[in-house]
Write a protein that binds this ligand. Structure first.
Ligand code: NAI
Length: 332
């Protein structure tokens, strides 16, 4: 299949080439899919996109006119694709459902530990030969209550890891996983009960109409003072303005974030010579109790290998006229 790989980043190209092994004609495009770049897909059978790419109705319509019948997502999340429009336009869309839940859960823990133990501040001091310990006090995770919102592939790994730390585990999900309760003593509660009782809240739900701004000012008011919030899911699951207010008022003790509500156009690029006027992000970036990574939770060798393998697998199924079990356009 002749496939245009949008948003191709240097770190993933060797994995994609290796998985492809010349099966498909892959063309790597540095730019992301947008109204400005959609015409580059003319005469391709398929495109492959990532979470930074936008596939709304207008873009999908143009893709269909150009003869693009397949979209292979190199991500698990698909909130950036208008799936119902794709289905109407007979464009098949498939994702990589679970490339490494460990990568994302482990990064969530990494954010939590770095935030709690003031790792970046400590490191900056040591680099300057300042070995003072003032204002580096954290807290034991042992016996703390962790609220896990979304106990699917990533959330359930989070349950296992935090169980290892000796934490009490609370869960909130529309589908409850009884084995997590039986094995790790997880207790499912309502969202507001989870917020009231958790010392740490970690988010692992997809971004949907129901989860958009799931964490808002009302819920923040119900949280324990000084609660830590970790978000590696999608930025808009949090109401960013409400979160900033909570951080400024110290009702939220710390925020670890790998995703940001307005990350499209900001993340995955070097803006150091022309800093964007994004006041919300600037505020977050300046707050001392906020640690930010730029959507890198997935970024492990194992995940990249799995993403590449599944992307090529999806393309191969389509090239043989078969459907793939990763297709999202069959479920609507
Ligand atoms: P999953 O589908 O295995 O689990 C999601 C869980 O959320 C499911 O148990 C589902 O029942 C639950 N859920 C869905 N809607 C809900 C609602 N309205 N209220 C409560 N629970 C709800 O997905 P997985 O693999 O665990 O990924 C979760 C999310 O993590 C992805 O959708 C993606 O947005 C994000 N992600 C972020 C990455 C990063 O690099 N930062 C990488 C991979 C995924």
């Amino acid at each position: 299949m002749k496939t245009l790989i949008y948003s191709a980043r240097a770190f993933e190209i060797p994995y994609l080439k290796n998985a492809n092994n010349n099966k498909h004609k892959l063309i790597f495009h540095k730019k992301s899919l947008s109204e400005d770049t959609v015409q580059d897909a003319k005469d391709f059978d398929a495109i492959s996109i990532y979470s930074a790419d936008k596939a709304d109705f207008s873009i999908l319509k143009q893709l269909q006119q150009f003869g693009v019948g397949h979209i292979a997502l190199r991500s698990a999340g698909y909130d950036n694709v208008a799936l119902s429009s794709a289905k109407k336009l007979a464009i098949k869309v498939a994702n990589v459902p679970a490339y490494s839940p460990f990568a994302v859960a482990e990064h969530s823990v990494c954010l939590l530990l770095a935030l709690n133990r003031k790792l970046l501040k400590a490191q900056a001091r040591i680099k300057r030969y300042n070995f003072k310990l003032d204002s580096l006090t954290g807290f034991d995770l042992n016996k703390k209550t962790v609220g896990i919102i979304g106990t699917g592939a990533i959330g359930s790994v989070m349950v296992k890891i935090m169980h290892g730390f000796g934490c009490n585990l609370l869960g909130y999900d529309i589908v409850e996983d009884q084995t997590l309760c039986d094995t790790y003593n997880l207790k499912y509660l309502s969202l507001s009960e989870l917020c009231e009782q958790s010392d740490i809240i970690t988010l692992h739900v997809p971004l949907t109409a129901e989860t958009h701004h799931l964490i808002d000012s009302n819920l923040i008011k119900q949280m324990k003072p000084g609660v830590f919030i970790i978000n590696t899911a999608r930025g808009a699951v949090l109401n960013t303005e409400a979160i900033i207010k909570g951080l400024e008022e110290n009702s939220i003790g710390g925020l670890g974030m790998d995703v940001y509500e307005h990350e499209r156009g900001l993340f995955f690029k070097d803006h150091s010579q022309n800093i964007p006027e994004d006041m919300l992000f600037k505020k977050l970036n300046e707050l001392p109790n906020v640690i930010i990574t730029g959507h890198q939770a997935f970024l492990t060798k194992e995940a990249l290998m799995n993403i590449a393998d599944t992307t090529i697998y999806n393309l191969t199924c389509w090239s043989k006229g078969q459907s793939t079990e990763n297709e999202l356009t069959t479920e609507i």
